[in-house]
Design a protein around this ligand. Structure first.
Ligand SMILES: C[C@H](O)[C@H](O)[C@H]1CNC2=NC(N)=NC(=O)C2=N1
Length: 112
């Protein structure tokens, strides 16, 4: 596991501090394949994973669902034939918390 994937997710409430621009720069280095985007004014992390068929895409979706349930932090998951789009952000604080970067790194581990 990478260092980032190994870090613990902490409780995150609506008033938790968003990650600063310089923190984003550093954390993003550990998950180079993730795209940083803004949707409806909310910063998010997104990556598409490709598979050979729908069954494999669905199995990956379920594994990501399991790691999300383990920590009570949940992504948006779009499962299509041969493709899963995973999007992480912190709903309660309407932005990015360090948890999202940790979970993106763990998602990369699931895909390995
Ligand atoms: C009560 C429950 O813990 C919260 O609603 C959790 C559930 N999963 C969550 N997942 C994400 N990504 N952001 C949240 O703010 C969030 N809140």
């Amino acid at each position: 596991m990478t260092d980032l994937a190994n870090q613990s997710c902490e409780a995150c409430s609506f008033d938790a501090p968003k990650v600063s621009d310089s923190e984003i720069e550093t954390l993003k280095g550990a998950i180079p394949e993730w795209q940083l985007l803004e949707r409806d004014g909310i910063m998010q992390l997104e990556r598409c994973f490709t598979f050979r068929n729908f069954k494999q895409a669905l199995a990956f979706t379920n594994r990501v669902g399991e790691i999300a349930e383990e920590v009570g932090h949940h992504p948006a998951l779009l499962t299509e034939w041969g493709k899963v789009t995973v999007t992480w952000w912190s709903h309660e604080m309407k932005g990015l918390h360090k948890n999202d970067f940790i979970m993106a790194a763990r998602t990369d581990e699931v895909a390995k």
